[in-house]
Design a protein around this ligand. Sequence first.
Ligand code: MSP
Length: 597
Amino acid sequence: AVLLSTSLRPGRSGARPRSTPQGAGARGTGSPLLAPPRRGSSGPGRRWLLSTPIFYVNGPPHIGHLYSALLADALHRHRGLLGPGSGRLATGTDEHGLKIQQAAAAAGTAPSELCSHVSGLFRDLFFRAAVSFTDFIRTTEPRHRRAVQCFWAALQGRGLLYKDFYEGWYCTPDECFLTQAQITERPDAQGRPCKVSLESGHQVHWTKEENYMFKLSEFQEPLRKWLQGNRHVISPEPFYQVVLRWLEEDLPDLSVSRERNRLQWGIPVPGDSTQTIYVWVDALVNYLTVAGYPDAHHAWWPAAHHVVGKDILKFHAIYWPALLMAVGLDPPEQIYVHSHWTVRGQKMSKSLGNVVDPVACFKQYTVDGFRYFLLRQGVPERDCDYYEEKVIKLVNSELADALGGLLNRCIAPSINPSGIYPHFSESCFRKGSDHIDVEASGRALAEDYELVASVDRLPLQVTDYFEHFQIYKALESVVACVRQTNGFFQRHTPWKLCRDNPAEKCWLDTVLHVTLECLRIYGILLQPVIPATADKLLSRLSIKPEERAFTDLTFLPRYHGKPCPFEGRKLGPDMGALFPRLETPRGHQMEIKGLRP
Ligand code: MSP
């Protein structure tokens, strides 16, 4: 609980991918990227059914929700670029349960109205955020009700449910039952003692009622075996260890229904109108509903890859796999876990009034600017902090200045008056052996060969980081190459070279060609994270939509003695700055300069 409620620090163990792509045949080969083999998501005939959690509709979306969705979106887009294979990305809203029933009552509205309204807010947000979902599920839909009732019948048919009196603590905001050891006492706003969940701090209530129980305890051993046989099924690795530790403790049976007189807003238990199915069973089955359960899920199941926040890990890594095993289905192939966003060091909460609205962020930083910030700064194994100045500084320095500036410098009419993808000259930039003697290499310097090696390596490195759910590291490595390319450009001062001198023209064109080739690779690799900006960049370079897959990542083919289809091609139209510099709001400028306390 401590690990999960504060930050999960991996030490160094989670900081490196399992296999680093250094060398890996990429250096100097100019070969197109081959995805490393991995179960499910890579290789020929790959299939993946990526999912975000489905979101509660008791309040509007905030940046934490958006982060869950963006992680899944970036993984989905990345896999789509890897080559043949088919994937889906499902998201949606979790609309039943006591929490929603109470929120609707408090708002004086019918639950169905509240659900439709807030579900619409999530859907609109994801459209606006360019989340490329292929399905948006609402748990109030008839297809889902049917799936949940079939799932229930399957559990019952296998003798894994029984009726009993449940007595214990229930936490409505978290929609979960807690043991005595999971609660503590704290004073409430009026200073009265009140029982709360140790992990979330939310208030709990004593509940005593007759419920259906699921024989979860029977699955302790199968769960352990499944985890021990699939060491990479939960990543990052520290979360895998957390789940293993949970499985060393007692695993009591789970209450999976509530009395209907307390909870009307939910799916009734088939054949027992006095009971409503527990909202977490209802919610988890959404992953099967979107796969086509109960008739057509076999084509997709178990290629399920769930992205979840650390607060809902137990539901996904223990309850869900056990429920699946109980009905004779395989557990999901992959569970990706992320940590939480705080705001200026504090947990986001309505009472603190610090909940950050993602739509306001899009207005302030642009959609791609904010996508970039969350995915570049978000480290799944630990909590990350949001504040405005940090977004502005990062986005200006990496997108506007480093990337946008680089493009600007090498396509400016003053330096490239014909507006074409210039020619590469082998005599200026000779194919070097491993180490470089300047005489033999035309005008290229040792650092230039290092740049070529870095960019050659980059696609494999980026793919490896994506596969290991380290999108922030993928971006870090792209940025390092962008900076290296700026260094290359700066070093050779092409603006000082004279086009009228044939030898200088040759070298000038070669410098521009190498820079544009670097930008082409960065544009392709950045598509999963900043799709609109990457499109703008690639269109400016005149790279056609069908030339933007990972199979098109052969870097600098002319250097490797192969033809370059882009050489001599007219560049795309000028559509203004690649990425606008963000303004620091006036108040903050004063704060930064120390003019305001
Ligand atoms: N409805 C359940 C999930 C059911 S999935 C079968 C739920 N919903 S939620 O709306 O509360 O949370 C959805 C996701 O948002 C979770 O992954 C959660 O971790 C994530 N986040 C909520 N607050 C967050 C932050 N402050 N930061 C990052 N993500 C956070 O749980």
